[in-house]
Design a protein around this ligand. Structure first.
Ligand SMILES: [Zn+2]
Ligand SMILES: [Zn+2]
Length: 417
């Protein structure tokens, strides 16, 4: 399909997609709490002619539309917002507050563009449902909850996404990108985003009076040494050129000026592109933490207790052939200069989890530019993140170009189906 015909179809939908976007933006919901959002997507997909199933893996939504023989293509949009207080001053700014999983009342904002992804997803769903010709096969439209906690994809799979519904031959998703100029699309084959793990480390010591440190084993000092020693794991143990990140993002210990606590808790996050580096980081974190505890005079019952949390995410890998096919279609539709090969990002994303269930489903995840020359749209997860809503047009168009390419009867994905 030519770029012109896609643009005119998108343009016709745009006013209503803009309204949907503003509604979604004003009512963000935290990960795992996407009840209103998922109902809105379910009703939009139903109105567009899809057979809709609600409540897949929590608040997940699945819409299926079959039109003749051909491959099964999954298009996924993420639905959750973040515990961020919005400071954009937009007329449709969020003032929503909600309780997080720890029971704390927090502000909520669509600070990662998932509202824009959903508007484009519905735009593509409607336009593809309305097109009589040009594609043949099955569309599986997936509204995924809990992307920000990198747990929604796994929950949807566990609840039968690939057994209760047509199993995809390919799956695509997109994300807005403030670091790419608006009007351009970023692509990459192979690894496109990092794997990540979160750990709790409880650094034990022996508490006591601040005036008598000699009778205690101060876990605050031990924790401080551990935090600094972690920095040399990355600089001295990870091979140059490999990605390895260790971030100690929170430190909690003690409640009183004059009392040495019994323990200090560290919340730690690691990022990597290769699983070998993941293993290196985790092994070295344990060795360094225990070695420092030992040097402080502690022995095993009081060694640091390290817990790997369940919300881990593997590196995300784009299928070479699928990405090549879609990228060629983007170049034809938008011109060579607007389709940019990008570096992998050190952020993480659980769309990759959909590609790991055997037999593996080829994935293509691409990024839609929303940056401007003066950087006024802010960055992802910032309280001032405000992409131009016009980017909905680019994102909707790109989904349609990618989908009609895969579902074209002459595409390699249609052969043998
Ligand atoms: Zn995010
Ligand atoms: Zn996001």
């Amino acid at each position: 399909m030519s770029d012109d015909s896609v643009s005119s179809l998108v343009e016709r939908e745009y006013p209503s997609l803009l309204k949907l976007y503003k509604d979604l933006h004003a009512r963000p919901e935290l990960s795992g709490q996407e009840a209103w959002t998922s109902e809105r997507l379910a009703s939009e997909l139903g109105k567009a002619g899809y057979t809709v199933t609600r409540g897949v893996g929590g608040h997940g939504v699945v819409g299926v539309l079959t039109r003749g023989d051909g491959p099964v293509l999954m298009i996924r949009a993420d639905m959750d917002g973040l515990p961020v207080r919005e400071e954009t001053d937009l007329p449709y700014q969020s003032t929503v507050r909600a309780h997080d999983p720890y029971g704390r009342e927090v502000d909520v904002m669509h600070a990662c563009g998932h509202d824009l992804h959903m508007a484009a997803f519905i735009g593509a769903a409607r336009i593809l449902a309305g097109r009589r010709n040009g594609w043949s096969g099955t569309l599986v439209m997936v509204g995924q909850p809990s992307e920000e906690t990198v747990s929604g994809a796994a929950r949807m799979i566990a609840d039968g996404l690939f057994t209760r519904f047509p199993r995809p031959d390919a799956a695509i998703a997109l994300h807005v990108a403030p670091d790419i100029p608006a009007g351009s699309i970023g692509y990459r084959d192979g690894i496109i985003s990092a794997g990540g793990e979160s750990l709790d480390i409880v650094v034990a010591g022996i508490g006591g009076h601040a005036a008598h440190p000699e009778r205690a084993r101060d876990p605050v000092v031990i924790a401080a040494q551990i935090i600094l020693a972690f920095q040399t794991i990355v600089s001295r143990e990870v091979p140059p050129g490999e990605l390895g990140i260790i971030t100690v993002a929170s430190v909690h210990g003690g409640i009183k000026h004059n009392a040495i606590p019994d323990e200090v808790t560290l919340q730690v996050n690691i990022r990597y592109f290769n699983n070998d580096i993941r293993d290196l980081l985790l092994n070295s974190i344990k060795r360094v933490a225990e070695g420092i505890a030992q040097s402080a005079g502690l022995s095993p019952p009081l060694f640091p207790r390290i817990t790997l949390l369940p919300q881990s995410v593997p590196p995300m890998t784009n299928d070479r052939a699928l990405t090549g096919t879609i990228t060629t279609a983007f170049r034809q539709a938008y011109g060579e200069g607007r389709v940019i090969r990008i570096e992998p990002v050190t952020g993480s994303e659980d769309f990759g989890v959909f590609g790991l269930v055997e037999p593996r489903i080829p994935l293509c995840y691409f990024r839609i530019g929303c940056g401007d020359a003066i950087g006024s749209c802010g960055f992802l997860h910032s309280s001032r993140f405000a992409p131009s809503p016009g980017v909905i047009r680019d994102a909707t168009g790109a989904l349609i170009v990618a989908a009609t390419t895969i579902l074209d009867p002459s595409s390699p994905y249609s052969q043998g189906t």
